[in-house]
Unconditional design. Structure first.
Length: 134
């Protein structure tokens, strides 16, 4: 019988709260998903894990940009998240480059996204210019 995704994510998330060897954990998760033929659920499981960890004081965010970001930008994002989520005990901010992001940054979290990319700003401008409702 297939373990429900949210129960699987909770079990993994509980282990990650106290894990010291995250590479070992990643290998174990990958092996389990491969063996159970559930690799297509990886993104959903990771989102569920992030939600669980967030509920337990561990906020995780990813800055997505076209280019490397400076330490000052990384620090500003961390400060922004500290101010927005004062109940977070720990904040982890990662960075990922995506060449489809022309300029600006996007901050992705489990169930939220702050899109400050050029494409997003142009889309908003176009909507306002054409008088469309949001």
């Amino acid at each position: 019988m297939k373990t429900p995704r949210h129960i699987l994510a909770q079990a993994i998330a509980e282990r990650t709260l106290h894990i010291t060897d995250d590479k070992l954990l990643a290998r174990e998760i990958a092996a389990y998903l491969l063996e159970e033929r559930r690799t297509n659920e990886l993104e959903s499981i990771l989102r569920d894990i992030m939600q669980f960890r967030g509920a337990h004081g561990v906020l995780e965010a990813t800055i997505i940009s076209a280019h490397e970001i400076s330490e000052s930008v990384h620090g500003e994002v961390t400060q922004l998240l500290n101010a927005a989520y004062p109940s977070a005990k720990t904040i982890h901010v990662a960075h990922r480059q995506d060449v489809t992001v022309i300029g600006g940054i996007r901050i992705d979290m489990a169930n939220e996204q702050l899109d400050m990319t050029v494409a997003s700003k142009l889309a908003t401008f176009k909507r306002l210019l054409l008088g469309e409702a949001k």
